[in-house]
Design a protein around this ligand. Structure first.
Ligand SMILES: [Zn+2]
Length: 479
């Protein structure tokens, strides 16, 4: 299931103090000679919003090291456009934009890649590794809009949002969470391959609304300084939003949540920069040629249901079991499954080799296996009402991040290690293609609602059913 666990973080407002403008005196140039006022022109720029990277546990060099490894992995996993002309064009455009990017003196090794994916998306890994989906090029009306998306991505790099986010998560964490697994020694030195480095990269690509707003503002500045119509970026996002009304929003917004008043904030920045100039560039013949070339590229299909049973499907669950010990319970799991600690530190997943798939945008989704989570909930373990309501809350949260997820059977009682539990069956779109079955078993414990989500594509569920029951039967709570 493309499980994105309920977010605990409340996205910040887009009016964070880091966005505070440094105002210069507009009247400064009044009354001085023309020659002098020309010299003073840069003072107009002092009005722009000043943005600096936030607190970070990692060094810029770590950004480059982590980003490079994740990028190498991404390049292996994502279908390339295999169009040297397109990559060359993106590199040329991206390099031009990057020259106007304030990086506080850090030399990032910028790279630009075209991904053969129709989904409208783009992402940048720390250190400057930018991936642009063909869908984003196809959706852009002109070069300025594409430049806008790229300037936005480059701003995430310069503002070091990926590792800033990771740093904050590490700070908030008590137990060994994903960053222990991802960064190995917690200093960012070693990326452990438990999750695959690119899947781990997914952790680096979830931005808060504050980060989004900052990337919008800096992206606008970069566009302006590169001579592009600085409104193009916000116009592109606005257009995406309008076109997706009543449909699933484009993938871009799942990585880059829409900050409030996006367009207004950009317009404000454009004013600070000096307003829209008549000679701003909007399009180029080159962009139009590249867009035609991209539109003609062969379409690479994402994995389809037909792939099931093929070499891509994982090996069936082993009948031999290994033991896992958490702080408040133990259980047994098939010994050919691996453990994947969760980013929030409280949960863990178990999946066979090939059971965790990329959902097409760099996020890892579990298609086969078991996810265990703990949600905040209070109540007596024997209180059926409290169990019901806590379970409903968890299911609703899961549905928020999995919009296709629907309940098929619910409200059945069972016992887990002698404790009253609730069984819920759901149906969802499988990252492996087709539909999947999600069997959720939940129990109220002193630490909260402990829930087990057993996941397998519908067509393969029978092969997993027994393993899921064996695992749940083996659960032993402490105390
Ligand atoms: Zn963004």
């Amino acid at each position: 299931m493309s499980i994105r666990r309920p977010k605990r973080e409340t996205p910040g407002r887009n009016t964070g103090h880091q966005l505070g403008a440094i105002r210069a005196h507009r009247g400064l140039a009044v009354g001085v000679s023309l020659c002098l006022s020309l010299l003073l022109l840069p003072s107009a720029h002092a009005q722009r919003t000043q943005l600096k990277p936030g607190w970070n546990k990692f060094s810029p060099q770590d950004d480059i090291t982590l980003g490079k490894r994740a990028a190498t992995d991404a390049a292996k996993q994502l279908p390339s456009c295999n169009a040297p002309k397109v990559d060359a064009y993106l590199t040329q455009l991206g390099t031009r934009l990057a020259q106007k990017l304030p990086t506080s003196g850090v030399q990032y090794p910028f790279e630009f890649h075209c991904v053969n994916d129709k989904a409208i998306n783009a992402f940048a890994l720390p250190g400057g590794y930018v991936f642009v989906n063909r869908g984003a090029i196809e959706a852009a009306d002109n070069e300025a809009q594409l430049a806008g998306v790229m300037a936005h991505e480059l701003s995430h790099v310069a503002l070091r949002h990926g590792t800033n986010q990771a740093s904050k998560a590490m700070l908030a964490e008590t137990g060994l969470g994903i960053f222990g697994a991802v960064f190995g020694d917690s200093t960012g030195g070693a990326l452990v391959t438990t999750l695959g480095t690119f899947a781990a990269g997914g952790v680096l690509l979830r931005y808060s609304r504050t980060a989004e707003s900052q990337a919008d503002v800096m992206g606008t500045q970069v566009l302006y300084d590169s001579g592009y119509d600085p409104r193009a970026m916000a116009q592109f996002f606005e257009k995406l939003e309008a076109e997706s009304k009543g449909k699933n929003p484009p993938e871009f917004f799942s990585d880059h949540p829409n900050p409030e008043h996006r367009v207004e904030r950009v317009d404000e920045e454009v004013e600070k920069l000096g307003g829209v100039q008549p000679n701003f560039k909007r399009d180029s013949a080159e962009f139009e040629a590249i867009k035609r070339e991209v539109l003609a590229l062969p379409v690479v299909k994402k994995p389809t249901p037909g792939a099931l049973g093929s070499a891509a499907a994982p090996a069936p669950p082993s009948r031999r079991f290994a033991e896992y010990q958490a702080s408040s319970y133990t259980l047994k799991y098939p010994d050919n499954w691996k453990k994947y600690p969760d980013s929030d530190g409280a949960g863990i997943s178990f999946a066979p080799e090939g059971g965790v798939l990329d959902d097409g945008s760099g996020h890892s989704s579990l298609a086969y296996g078991l996810i265990i989570g703990v949600a905040q909930a209070k109540g007596d373990p024997n209180d059926g009402k409290a169990l019901n309501s806590a379970t409903s809350q968890v299911i609703q949260d899961l549905q928020k991040s999995n919009p296709s997820m629907k309940i098929t059977r619910q409200g059945e009682h069972l016992r887990l290690n002698g404790q009253p539990g609730l069984s819920t069956y759901l149906i969802n779109v499988s990252p492996a293609g087709g539909q999947e079955t999600d069997w959720v078993v939940s129990v109220l414990r002193p630490e909260g609602l402990v829930y087990f989500v057993c996941v397998a594509p519908q067509s393969a569920y029978d092969n997993y059913d027994k393993a899921f029951s064996t695992i749940l039967d083996s659960v032993r709570f402490s105390r």
